[in-house]
Design a protein around this ligand. Sequence first.
Ligand code: ADP
Ligand code: MG
Length: 274
Amino acid sequence: MIDAARTADAHSTEGASAPWGIRLDDVTVRYPNGTVGLRGVNLDIPAGEMVAVVGLSGSGKSTLIRTINGLVPITSGSLTVGERRVDGASGRELRRLRGDIGMVFQNFNLAGRASVLQNVLVGRLAHTPLWRTMVGAYRAEDRELAYEALDRVGILEKMYGRASALSGGQQQRVAIARALTQRPKIVLADEPVASLDPPTAHGVMSDLRRINTDLGMTVLVNLHLLDLAREFGSRMIGMRAGEVVYDGPAATATDADFEHIYGRSLTTDDRLDG
Ligand SMILES: Nc1ncnc2c1ncn2[C@@H]1O[C@H](COP(=O)(O)OP(=O)(O)O)[C@@H](O)[C@H]1O
Ligand SMILES: [Mg+2]
């Protein structure tokens, strides 16, 4: 958590508003085919927290993220982000909600042939009239936000290059800059470093942490490596079969805690350096 005065200051210079918390009360998600993605999940994540979500493949980590941004509807319970109730929201309200939540994915999801700057300006789409995007006439303040975001992740000098020409780590930084350019209230990252080599993964996680500490951003990141969760989470949530089976500090989580979350012994694949 960061102190309120510093957040207010950071946000006045960037023109952003305060980050949001996330609250799930007894949330169950059942997919149309009957598979249960989340089972009775209770979580209260205060604004400004950095949360690492860990669990085996299929444990519900991605479902949790897609539920928070309203892509997957909940079957029962209630879900609130900031002051907004997500369950029962209209299509229009959900689109607005997604404009306020920055998403980062494992495979970057960039337009490879477009420039880095164009990719990052996509973050302003939800806030830009259609005619401006059609003629590429982004406002000066939108460009300013894009430059600031690129600078924050250290790739400002790549701005005119093609996204596809960048390394994996650089592409993920572009994706993070795109999310920041939205001026999000929350950043959700689904396995953002799963396709990166260990040093690069470490660098990208450091960028996400800096966004948390410098901007006071609420960051929830799904991770599959326990040492990254320990190092970068302030809080760790462990999921197994759709349920939260661990919720506590990340730094002090023991190997036994991870074995409890995974329901098996640890292997070298669970650690960054193998
Ligand atoms: N669109 C979907 N339709 C049906 N079942 C799904 C869908 N997406 C995920 N699931 C199932 O929900 C459970 C949780 O999956 P997921 O949230 O993707 O886990 P994780 O991200 O931890 O690997 C799994 O059993 C998975 O097979
Ligand atoms: Mg997943």
